[in-house]
Design a protein around this ligand. Structure first.
Ligand SMILES: Cc1cc2nc3c(=O)[nH]c(=O)nc-3n(C[C@H](O)[C@H](O)[C@H](O)COP(=O)(O)OP(=O)(O)OC[C@H]3O[C@@H](n4cnc5c(N)ncnc54)[C@H](O)[C@@H]3O)c2cc1C
Length: 540
């Protein structure tokens, strides 16, 4: 066996962190008047971050939203980064979560994506400091198994989050517990948008209800103003395009090319339906494989959100809805379904001229790992960091575009891996996904490294893949899908391969789980957190 670099998890202390922005730093020229066009989640998250960082330095942030175009109204799951968003803004869970029917999220279960015996379901956890106690053993066993040793290497038994999810516990340990646990959220997308709208206006963002018809460019090609139906031209120094899939500024006015991921990711449509929630509330998203795609199941405090994501080339909208209704036991009952189209890919430049694209206007990767809000947050935060360091010139733009594009490519490759490693044979959709030759060179190399039994840490760390997902996530997906030798190619473990006793790991995880409350109980007693400085160590 080849020695490996063990991945480390993330430490993210459970305390409240609101660092006031530096109001004395000079405002980068060109950010005095900022106009955000679009009032979906992207528009309001951008408004909050821009107002927080630049408001004290004299920037005026306005948000223009069409009274005629609705928001997309879906997007109910997050990554743990959303916790950092609220912390940064000084907003307590006790305030926003109940308003948005939000729940805690331990990760995502993938059900039915693999048919390999013992690997029909696995959990992609949000890993934490606590998992450092069992991460080494997991990586060791995964390597041993890929090299033919018959040891336990399914990820679920090595991560506390998988255990908590199975027991419907919240990832909120008792106060005395010495380790912090990273977690994400589920929430009602429309209520989160309304909440952020209210908060942003309270914090000085100016809201203007008006429909933008087009942008007017100056002689250099910068946007000078946008023409609105109600108010005529509205001028600003800097524009943020949050107009959703329409991409009114970045795509239509500035003609930024779009790179489609349709060859890599076949799904382009979705249908969503709510169902009631029972007394016990889950603490994870479930992604169930369907005949022509997959469906999400997201627990909120007042309902389940469900949606079927599918390829319209394989399945008509009516059939997708029928399949979803059938599996949810809804039949033809009165609950109305929402049908959505998705455009999967990204623009070549997220920051072009004096315009930053944020949200669906900059691109979208299908919602399998619920990453879209993370892209929104990261794009705006990285923009602010770079603008502070470098100003608003070509170098700064190139730097941001490079970072965001790498993030898109890395995330796309991770999502592609779910499809590429599937072993279902029931429909042409799944067979075509497994046979799809359109995978990036970086991903091909990663698969080759894994199959050769060598460690993948170096591949993930040194390539674009590393910008999308951390190392442990790659181990989880490849091990969780059961990408190991099968049958007689496995032999009893010998020597170092048999170093760890799975019963001891079970015991450790079981004892740790005793420190965590039931999800509903945790939601009923969310309290403000202690005001102390938090410790954050990221492993990116
Ligand atoms: C099926 C599906 C499931 C998803 N699930 C998740 C998930 O679990 N997690 C996650 O993070 N993300 C998810 N997403 C993505 C998420 O929904 C979006 O990233 C998020 O809602 C942000 O959308 P947006 O604000 O960019 O666009 P939108 O919500 O479409 O908002 C666009 C805004 O622009 C305005 N506008 C449009 N045209 C004009 C105009 N001409 N003038 C003025 N204003 C205009 C509209 O009025 C609206 O306010 C999902 C997306 C889909 C399609």
């Amino acid at each position: 066996m080849t020695a490996t670099t063990a991945p480390t998890a993330t430490v993210f202390n459970d305390s409240y962190r609101c660092e006031p922005p530096d109001g004395r730093a000079a405002l980068p020229p060109g950010l005095k008047r900022i106009a955000i066009v679009g009032g979906g989640t992207a528009g309001w998250m951008a408004a909050m971050l821009l107002a927080h960082h630049l408001g004290p330095r004299g920037a005026q942030v306005s948000l223009l939203e069409s009274p005629a175009v609705p928001t997309i109204g879906v997007g109910e799951g997050s990554t743990p980064w959303l916790r950092g968003f609220f912390d940064l803004l000084g907003i307590e869970e006790a305030e926003w979560m109940p308003e948005c029917h939000a729940t805690y999220k331990c990760g995502i279960a993938f059900d039915g994506w693999s048919t390999r015996p013992g690997f029909e379901r696995y959990f992609h956890p949000f890993a934490s400091m606590l998992d450092n106690l069992t991460m080494t053993q997991f990586v060791h066993n995964a390597h041993a198994r890929v090299n033919g040793h018959d040891v336990h290497a399914h990820p679920d038994r090595f991560f506390i989050a998988a255990r908590l999810a199975a027991e419907r516990k919240a990832p909120k340990p008792a106060r005395h517990f010495p380790f912090d646990v990273w977690y994400g959220y589920h929430f009602d997308a429309a209520l989160l948008g309304a909440y952020l709208h209210r908060k942003a206006v309270e914090r000085g963002v100016r809201y203007v209800s008006c429909h933008v018809e087009h942008a007017n460019l100056d002689e250099r090609g910068d946007i000078r103003s946008v023409t609105t139906r109600e108010l005529g031209p509205v001028e600003a120094d800097f524009f943020v395009d949050c107009t959703g899939f329409a991409g009114i500024l970045i795509q239509k006015s500035l003609a930024t090319p779009f790179v489609s991921f349709a060859d890599n990711l076949f799904n382009d449509a979705a249908v969503a339906l709510p169902t009631p929630i029972g007394e016990r509330i889950g603490s994870h998203t479930v992604s169930h494989a369907m005949k022509h795609g997959w469906r999400w199941e997201i627990p909120l405090t007042n309902r389940h959100g469900n949606g079927h994501v599918y390829s319209s080339a394989s399945c008509a909208a009516g059939e997708a809805e029928r399949e979803l209704r059938e599996v949810l036991g809804l039949g033809d009952c009165a609950v109305e379904a929402r049908h959505l189209k998705m455009r999967v890919g990204r623009v070549t430049e997220h920051w072009r001229r004096n315009c930053l694209a944020v949200g669906l206007s900059q691109g979208f990767i299908e919602p399998l790992e619920a990453t879209a809000l993370l892209f929104i947050q990261r794009t705006v935060q990285q923009f602010l960091e770079i603008a502070d360091q470098e100003g608003l010139g070509d170098r700064a733009r190139a730097k941001l575009n490079d970072k965001v594009n790498h993030h898109f490519e890395g995330t796309r490759d991770y999502i592609v891996t779910h499809y590429k490693t599937n072993s279902r044979k029931d429909t042409e959709y799944w067979r075509a996904n497994a046979a799809n030759p359109n995978i990036s060179p970086a991903l091909q190399e990663l698969y080759a490294t894994w199959m050769s039994g060598r460690g993948i840490a170096a591949d993930v760390g040194s390539q674009r893949l590393g910008r999308g997902y951390p190392i442990f996530s790659w181990y989880c997906i490849l091990a969780g899908m059961g990408i190991f030798p099968e049958g007689e190619r496995l032999h009893p473990p010998n020597g170092a391969a048999a170093a760890y006793d799975i019963a001891e790991i079970d015991n450790l995880i079981e004892r740790s789980a005793l420190n965590f409350p039931d999800q509903r109980a945790a939601l009923e007693r969310i309290a403000p957190r202690p005001k102390e400085k938090s410790l954050q160590i990221y492993f990116w």
